[in-house]
Each structure stands twice: as C-alpha cells, then as structure tokens.
Design a protein around this ligand. Structure first.
Ligand SMILES: [Zn+2]
Ligand SMILES: [Zn+2]
Length: 227
C-alpha cells in the first residue's frame, strides 16, 4: 500500500496544502479526506477522468479535511456521470453536503468501506475536538497494515504497542510542534515511541516549518506527491 499526500499542512498552514492522502487500487482512487485545497490538487492533469471509481474515507468534517468534498462529488456526478463513494462512520457528512447543495442522489454513502475494494479500512474513534467526532483508519491489504490518525490529540498506547509488535508497518500521525490540546504534541509521541521505531512513524499535519526538527528526533515526515 503506497500512501501518497496531496498536502501535509495543518489547517492554519495552507502553504503546505491540506493533510489529505491518496492511494491507487487498480483503477480506483482512494482518498483520505478532501479538504479545501484538494479538489484543485486532484483535478490537476491528468485529472479525475483517469479513474474508474473515486472513494473518500473521511476522518472528520473540519474544512481542511472535508472543505472541497462537495465540489468533488458534484464534479463527478454532473461532469463524469458517476458517484463518489463517501465513507464516514457517522452520517453527519450528509448534512454538510446537503447544506452545500449536494443531495443524496449525487453520491453514495457508506459507514464503512465495502471489502470488494480489496483493502480493509477499519475506523477507530480518536480524540480531537469536543464538538465533533474524528476517526483514524487502520488500513490493511493482507500484506501490510498501516495506521492513519486523522487529526488526533493522543497517540494511543495500542498504536505504540502494535508498532512495536510489527502489527503496524507504518503509522501516519498528526504531530504538533507545540503543546496542543487538539493535535498530538511531539513530546507525547517521543514518550510513546522509542527512538529505534520512530522511522516508521510519519509526521503529518505540519503546523510550521518543523520538518528538520522532527527528522532530528528520528521521525519520518510525509512528502507531497501529486497524482
Ligand atoms: Zn486538520
Ligand atoms: Zn481537525
């Protein structure tokens, strides 16, 4: 499973693009979130028409994760004559899209990814903000399993354990440079993950020019790769 990134910035760091990821499964484009900058990114040459299907696994509804989902769904429906599959464990996304003029006839919705797509995507609730649910995804293709945190204030003990055991090959995690209550402070991740395992922890949702500091602590940092 090769996970690529449209952007790697935090919500208030738009110069780095939104921390939204993508992978290719045969001719299906699987996206993790679709924030404000991502419809433009995914529309770049050669564009959306190259894919047979588009699936979006949503972590939560903040604008840097769902801000251009309505445009993505509308474009696929009205121009490409097909429906995006929107996956989110709770159906609050329907209300978001309805208020943006995107009715339920425009897209397909599922609380979890059907197994017919060839990977398993297990959603796991994570703590982020008090007024919205947020979910991580555990993605598995039968050969490897990776953990994608979404926006998360904590680095769960279970994730650290599975990284240690080899149950997770890689962990992609929201890491804040400062002592945040809503994003996972780097000090928390340093406490949970021994130095020799940090190479398999990929920092994302960068809030500042912090890449070198994270690398020097032994972490990997995600890189942007356009389609
Ligand atoms: Zn965010
Ligand atoms: Zn958020």
């Amino acid at each position: 499973m090769e996970l690529n990134f449209f952007g790697r910035g935090a919500g208030f760091n738009p110069g780095e693009g939104n921390t939204n990821a993508w992978m290719e499964l045969n001719k299906t484009l699987v996206m993790l979130d679709c924030g404000e900058s991502t419809f433009a990114a995914v529309s770049r040459h050669p564009g959306l028409a190259q894919w047979d299907h588009v699936v979006v696994l949503l972590t939560h509804l903040h604008a840097d994760h769902a801000g251009s989902l309505a445009s993505l769904c509308s474009y696929n429906y009205f121009v490409l004559q097909r429906k995006v599959l929107v996956v989110h464990p709770i159906d609050t996304v329907k209300e978001l899209l309805r208020l943006q003029g995107v009715g339920e006839e425009v897209y397909d919705y599922a609380p979890s990814l059907p197994e017919s797509y060839g990977i398993k995507a297990k959603s796991l609730p994570v703590r982020h903000v008090s007024d919205m649910s947020c979910f991580a995804y555990e993605l598995s293709d039968g050969k490897e399993t990776i953990y994608y945190s979404g926006d998360a204030a904590d680095f769960p003990d279970e994730v650290a354990q599975k990284l240690q055991n080899g149950d997770y090959q890689r962990v992609y995690h929201d890491i804040a440079s400062y002592d945040s209550a809503t994003h996972c402070p780097v000090a928390t991740v340093e406490n949970k993950v021994p130095f020799d395992l940090r190479k398999r922890v990929y920092a994302m949702h960068l809030d500042s020019d912090i890449e070198q500091a994270f690398l020097s602590k032994g972490f990997s940092v995600v890189q942007v790769k356009h389609i």
